[in-house]
Design a protein around this ligand. Structure first.
Ligand SMILES: Nc1ncnc2c1ncn2[C@@H]1O[C@@H]2COP(=O)(O)O[C@H]2[C@H]1O
Length: 839
């Protein structure tokens, strides 16, 4: 059944109408499309624009004024099926036209179906009076069984006596409904009454059906869009899933509808989601979706509560951000993929895919140009886009045009230096996905801004400044014998930081720090007593949290040692001036000071005071930088900056802060992309990355912006260099970071806050897999680039050797912390000192 049947009754004055109307008999014109219809519609539309009032229609005299409204029924097509052109039909045709509708008339079933098939009328009125009822039923059936029938409203025009003469309890309308009519319309010669009726029918029956048809189109759009969408009721029972679900999760829609969403989508704290949704608020977070083959994928998802009735949500709409997964067909390809075949091309189904591509590309181009030309301001990037756009002419081959369009689209994004993961790098195992997701996108903010070149300009006067000192060369730092012997190798890449940690009873930063500061002549450069530097290092080390397994002062010392080693390279000696070196060493020593052993995202999720203080922006890095200066300036005994003139101090401070902030991993690829661009580094196909020394002008590298960029890259590489150290150190760092991640996960569960990296669960996480993922996704390209730049093959050699070892461990089924600790006990764990030769 289509819709409830309504009917209405005539007033007394129309009592004798039946017979009057039925006496009219006209044999001609079985069908006509109204002549002059267009002109008339134009006229009506014009009048609609002139008057916005919407008076009630009381009689024919009001019809025109009714049409002078902005909310009159829109243009629809009406089909009148009357075997004879009687007066009733004339009236209906007449008022339909006045309403601005397009009128067709047919005399019999065959003609009615024929016209209906070509025009697809939204409204059909069939003469159902008296003896014509039987034929009327047949016409209704015929129209309904027509292949183009979709959601038209079919009305039976009945005699007034149709209702009056029925038996007491007989509901005659049911009879009509069963035959396929939507409702009855009583014959009537009063135009005022009829036009009100038609408007009523339009509003109550035709309009909802056209809206329903639009809803069907929306379903199609949902199936063709790239986001995965799930709709549940308020008890989380799945009501609707779009087709992307089949592709991504591997289930058929029928297998999931009616099931509880919790069976396939896991979130650590559903109670939190419900709490948000019940307040009518949207929720966003990483959901773990279980595919049919039990593999888990972590996908960012927005949940929107939807209320049919006011106050309480009746449905929840889950929209998963899956475009990037779908664009990469990699590991999903084994799954039957309906999208791949129908994607986009379905709209233009008769065209070859290349045609489709170029049509879309052409559309985009025109749109881009329109947008571009409407811009009042012309920035350099706008000029570039205009040049590129103009390069496409009618004769440009479609492939080239497509590539230029793509380039234009990329240039139009605001985050030009935020690369996306390469297609071949998406979708390994969930541990890697978790780690990458948390490190790279954790606290990205909508208004996240890159520091501008104006900021860099502030540093431009840094070049060329030398620090004058009244002091002689610094005395070598002295300490217990064994420590001193170890520190003799403090510039070697294989330096054993963990041995130093033990020998110094967890004070490696003071010992190594003093050694390196003296080596780089920092007391002289800062014009400050060695004792002040010692005090300062002691204070800084004391402000690292020694109970953190990873982010403690040993990590700070390790990063400082890496930087000291990097700065021995000819390349950096060429680029960095003395103040740069001092800034780099100070930044290394302090870059994680007071790290709580939890990520910025954790602090944000737990409403930590630091998250509040820094508005969720670079929370940890801002804290490290701020605390560094707060402590350093707190007392003359520790103030290593005390004797610097104002300008030098400002420059040093800016540099230190910049380097500490550069360690924020959410900006990782942004920094890397800039570095690779400036240094002409290319990732060759199947070949190691090459530093194109011939093409890079050193004077370009010496530009203040680029020196800053090199320093950022230097501290970044040092910060995550642990997988490039000798195997035993590499394993110990991996164990320590895993332990810290696990502690965070434990605490998140305890506090009932979102679990940032659910895969880092101490019971289930594979540490080798996490390391393979970390190298593959985060550091490999950067270390290759850095090695090419400063020529340090030992880093790369260790990284590759360790990587192979993690793969071996993985193959041996080694996963947990306990497994790793067992390996560490093996004395025969081959510790190779890799040569500096290229492997
Ligand atoms: N070996 C590793 N495995 C996984 N993650 C790491 C490893 N080394 C460093 N990291 C991550 O990289 C991040 C770099 O910045 P942070 O020191 O703040 O925190 C560090 C860790 O989250």
């Amino acid at each position: 059944m289509d819709a409830p049947l309504d009917s209405f009754y005539f007033s007394d004055e129309d009592d004798n109408l039946d017979d009057k109307l039925l006496t009219d008999d006209d044999e001609h014109a079985d069908m006509y499309d109204i002549a002059g219809e267009k002109e008339m519609l134009e006229e009506i539309r014009r009048s609609l624009e002139e008057d916005a009032d919407y008076p009630a229609i009381k009689g024919p005299q009001d019809i025109d004024s009714h049409l002078l409204t902005s909310s009159a029924p829109e243009l629809i097509k009406i089909l009148l099926v009357f075997s004879k052109d009687d007066q009733q039909m004339e009236i209906l045709a007449n008022i339909s036209r006045r309403l601005g509708w397009s009128v067709s008339v047919a005399k019999d079933a065959e003609k009615a179906v024929e016209i209906f098939q070509t025009r697809g009328h939204e409204l059909v009125i069939i003469d159902h009076r008296g003896q014509r009822a039987v034929e009327g039923d047949a016409i209704c059936r015929a129209i309904k069984s027509s292949p183009v029938y979709h959601s038209s409203v079919i009305i039976a025009l009945v005699k007034k006596s149709y209702f009056i003469n029925s038996e007491k309890d007989e509901i005659v309308t049911l009879d009509l409904l069963e035959k396929g009519f939507s409702r009855a319309l009583l014959e009537c010669s009063n135009e005022g009454i009829l036009i009100n009726e038609l408007v009523g029918i339009y509003t109550s029956s035709v309009l909802p059906k056209t809206q329903l048809a639009a809803a069907h189109a929306l379903y199609l759009a949902l199936d063709r869009c790239h986001d995965m969408v799930h709709i549940t009721n308020e008890r989380n029972i799945l009501q609707f899933l779009n087709k992307v679900t089949e592709k991504l999760l591997g289930y058929k829609t029928e297998e999931l509808v009616g099931r509880n969403l919790g069976e396939i989508v896991h979130y650590e704290n559903f109670a939190l989601i419900e709490q948000q949704l019940s307040k009518g608020r949207e929720f966003e977070g990483n959901m773990n979706c279980k595919r049919k083959n039990n593999q888990m994928i972590t996908i960012n998802c927005r949940i929107i509560p939807f209320c049919i009735t006011p106050k309480k949500a009746t449905h929840y709409i889950y929209v998963y951000d899956t475009l990037y997964l779908l664009e990469n067909s990699g590991p999903l390809s084994p799954i039957n993929s309906p999208l791949q075949s129908t994607q986009r091309a379905s709209i233009l189904s008769n065209r070859k895919s290349s045609d489709v591509k170029s049509a879309i590309s052409e559309g985009h181009r025109r749109y881009s140009l329109q947008k571009l030309h409407s811009l009042q301001l012309e920035a350099p990037i706008t000029k570039v886009i205009t040049l590129l756009s103009n390069a496409i002419t009618e004769t440009t081959n479609p492939e080239t045009a497509g590539q230029i369009d793509k380039a234009i689209e990329i240039l139009k994004t605001t985050e030009l230096y935020v690369p996306h993961l390469r297609d071949d790098k998406i979708y390994t195992d969930p541990v890697a996905t978790d780690l990458v997701g948390a490190l790279l996108s954790a606290s990205r903010n909508p208004w996240d801004s890159r520091r501008s070149s104006a900021d860099s300009a502030r540093l431009s006067h840094l070049r060329g400044i030398s620090i004058t000192s009244t002091r002689g060369p610094a005395k070598p730092f002295r300490g217990p014998q064994e420590i001193m012997e170890l520190l003799d190798n403090s510039l070697e890449w294989s330096f054993d930081i963990f041995k130093l940690e033990i020998l110094t009873e967890k004070r490696p930063l003071v010992f190594l720090g003093m050694n390196i500061m003296n080596m780089y002549d920092v007391p002289n450069k800062l014009d400050c007593d060695e004792k002040v530097i010692h005090n300062w290092l002691t204070l800084i080390e004391a402000n690292y949290i020694s109970t953190n397994s990873y982010h403690n002062s040993t990590h700070a010392a390790d990063v400082m040692q890496a930087i000291a080693r990097f700065m021995q390279s000819d390349r950096l000696k060429q680029i960095l001036d003395p103040l740069d070196e001092v800034a780099a060493l100070i930044a290394a020593a302090t870059h994680d000071i007071d790290h709580p052993g939890r990520s910025s995202q954790f602090l944000s999720n737990s409403n930590n005071r630091l998250a509040i203080l820094y508005n969720d922006l670079s929370i940890l890095e801002s804290h490290h930088a701020a605390l560094t200066f707060k402590l350093s300036l707190s007392d003359d005994k520790v103030n290593i900056f005390k004797n610097l003139d104002r300008d030098t101090y400002k420059i040093l401070r800016t540099n230190i802060i910049d380097m500490i902030l550069a360690t924020e991993m959410t900006k990782h690829f942004e920094h890397l992309a800039r570095f690779m661009n400036v240094c002409s580094l290319r990732i060759g196909e199947d070949q190691p990355m090459e530093y194109n020394t011939e093409n890079v002008d050193v004077t370009i590298l010496l530009q203040p912006d680029n020196v800053m960029m090199v320093k950022r890259m230097m501290i970044k590489c040092a910060d995550v260099s642990n997988p490039t150290r000798p195997l035993r150190s590499c394993i110990e760092w991996a164990r320590r970071i895993a332990e810290e991640y696990f502690n965070q996960t434990d605490e998140e569960k305890k506090l009932n806050i979102p679990v940032v990296m659910p895969m880092f669960d101490r019971m289930t996480c594979s540490i080798p897999k996490s390391q393979i993922g970390f190298v593959d996704f985060i550091i490999n390209d950067m270390i290759e680039a850095w090695d090419s730049f400063i020529d340090m093959p030992e880093m790369l050699n260790y990284m590759r050797h360790n990587y192979d070892k993690w793969k071996e461990f993985n193959d041996q089924g080694i996963t947990t912390l306990q497994d790793i600790e067992k390996i560490q006990l093996q004395p025969d764990l081959k510790i190779i000192k890799l040569s500096e030769e290229r492997r």
